[in-house]
Design a protein around this ligand. Sequence first.
Ligand SMILES: [Zn+2]
Length: 423
Amino acid sequence: MFRKKIILFVVSLAFISCKSPSEFTGYSYDPPGVTNTEGRKVTPQKRRIIGAGIPRVWVTNEFEGGRASDFYQINSNTYEVLINAENYPINNSPWYAFSIWSDTLQAINLRIRYTDGQHRYMPKIHHQKGLMAYSHVITNAVFDSTDGTATFGMYVDKTPSRISGHLLEGTRYSDLETQLARYKKSFINVAKAGESNQGRTIYQITVDATDTPKEKGVLVLLSRQHPPEISGYRTYQSFFEAILADTPLAREFRKYFVVHAFPMVNPDGVVNGYWRHNAKGVDLNRDWKYFNQPETRAIRDALLPLVGDETQRVYYAIDFHSTNENIFYPILEEIETRPDNLTQRWMSVLFTEFPGLNFRSEEFETNSPISKNWIFNTFGADALTFEVHDELSSNLTQKLGARAAQSLMELLIAEWKLTNEQE
Ligand SMILES: [Zn+2]
């Protein structure tokens, strides 16, 4: 018995020491230096139209979210677009978006090449002729793993086709401003939390229809810290719409919960077609301890008044991203949050409903300077980094976002009742 106790003691010590918070030096996929958030030089992108070959083929990046650094002919019918990041080193999120056309109808091979990057996002084509518009995924692009390029064949004519890592429709900063102007519901308030480095508004949408003499719950939503992570953003959009819906569930949720949404944390990155950083060359999701950047400071300052507010309590926060799989990054189960293990309970509902998405979960300590950990360290609440597969279709992001919101609202209502209706 005694020996058993000693073994248990030693085992638990080892357990504690390997789980204890240590200095954060970056995730496995972080290149060296990106955890320093003081600011690094960004190379501005030249906005221009570039022509190559005879008959001429033209490429331009002159639109919101555009990114193309150079364009040239390789041989008779092969052309190449070169894509540079805003600065280096940088995580491999090579965003591209350009329009292409030709003086005469011709078939070409188009290759996309990245400086210090490997092709990641399947090309999408958007073609508009008068009122007729169509978009689709280019599924036959050939990836060359030796040089990281992708090549595909296409027809070009006088009408520009836009080629981009994701379809932009509905996901640009200007789209967000249009959507915000349309919110007419009395319980939605759109405010300016602060300004980005380049002076763009960081929007805060507050949903407050609470009707309870008890303590109000608070849910915080973040998205678009990383500009190209559009499937995560589309999931956020459907999630948020489900919270606004005129359904018995959403109405009950809004009685007890206030929602603060910050849909576009990095507007400069979105407008400038950046791969990952803000206009100071910084990964914003490494700045939630230092607050060197105005974007993270704006959100911190918008939420900090909740710390001393006895009428409200933060229950949960979600930061929407995308990566090469569907994955949840929760807080380690053995770390006590308030409410505790909400993410684990939510996962078991949601993952079962979407077996085809092969969702995984990987838990982390709370020492890294990311938004989720700031929420936990500031409010003691549970929080999640919600990662959606890069190529999840908009049909699926819509279903996932809506069901994610419904199942979470059910759990949060139950938590709220447990806390407020026990006495
Ligand atoms: Zn991300």
